[in-house]
Ligand binder design. Structure first.
Ligand code: APR
Length: 235
């Protein structure tokens, strides 16, 4: 019998670092090698759409070279003992999916999708590169299905509902630098225990019982998941 406790796993780029995917704000991170204003704003898309397509085509191509790490697999493994596990991720890679997690909310979009630049509801799969001239079913140019800085976060309400319902909350590999995503931490019911896995953990001031595991995801998440399952099965 699976535990009915609701588990939310909130992840950032650090979750995928052990798979070889660059984070944003670590040394040599993506935002050290690219200006956000050039690749991740609506103005960048209007000014130089090809440059934006090139940036995301390169990140999408990298997905074919990387695999989920032990941390992704441990997160997916929670579902063997917990009936309700929701992954709320800031990541746009597909590594949680490929590790086997079944409920994933992508707050900042997905590399494996593209969308009409005219209508954000028109979303299509994007396995390979997207080019200027590629159009969606509505005839408009396709753009990355990525939430650019300054754009709405359509999945936020759905994530908020999951966070407010959580009985256990894991935070893995995020600098908590970007809102509204980072603000989700302050929406957890105050009695809910929180675990933070990050080799360089952000300072978190929440009323919740907080356990910080200063390890990388691949090393720190598997034993945490074993412990959470043990507590549930042994009571
Ligand atoms: N395991 C776990 N965490 C790690 C690892 C690792 N191996 N390596 C680094 N980290 C941690 C860093 O210490 C840092 O806290 O991952 C975090 C990465 O932070 P960011 O690069 O800021 O990534 P993230 O928090 O996901 O950024 C949030 O910003 O640019 C936007 O949309 C983008 O979704 C992204 C958002």
């Amino acid at each position: 019998m699976k535990s009915q406790k609701k588990v939310v796993v909130f992840t950032g780029a650090g979750m995928s670092a052990d798979s070889g995917v660059s984070t944003f704000r670590d040394a040599d991170g993506l935002w050290e090698n690219h200006r956000i204003e050039d690749v991740c704003t609506p103005e960048a898309w209007a000014r130089n759409p090809q440059g934006v397509l090139d940036f995301y085509n390169a990140r999408r191509a990298q997905l074919d070279e990387v695999e989920p790490n032990a941390g992704h697999r441990a997160v997916a493994g929670l579902e063997t003992h917990f009936a309700n596990v929701v992954v709320v991720t800031q990541n746009v890679d597909d590594l949680h999916e490929r590790a086997g997690s079944s409920e994933i909310i992508h707050l900042h979009g997905e590399l494996r999708k593209a969308r009409s630049e005219r209508n954000p509801q028109v979303i299509v799969p994007a396995q390979g590169p997207t080019h200027m001239g590629d159009t969606g079913p509505d005839g408009a140019q396709l753009r990355p299905h990525i939430v650019f800085f300054g754009e709405a976060v359509p999945e936020y309400e759905r994530a908020l509902e999951a966070v407010r319902d959580a009985d256990l909350f894991l935070v893995i590999g995020t600098s908590l630098a970007v809102y509204p995503a980072a603000g989700l931490l302050y929406q957890i019911r105050p009695d809910v225990p929180v675990w933070l896995v990050d080799p360089n953990p952000a300072r978190v001031t929440v009323p919740n019982p907080l356990t910080v595991i200063a390890e990388g995801a691949a090393k720190g998440v598997p034993p945490l998941v074993v412990e959470l399952i043990r507590r549930e099965t042994e009571g």
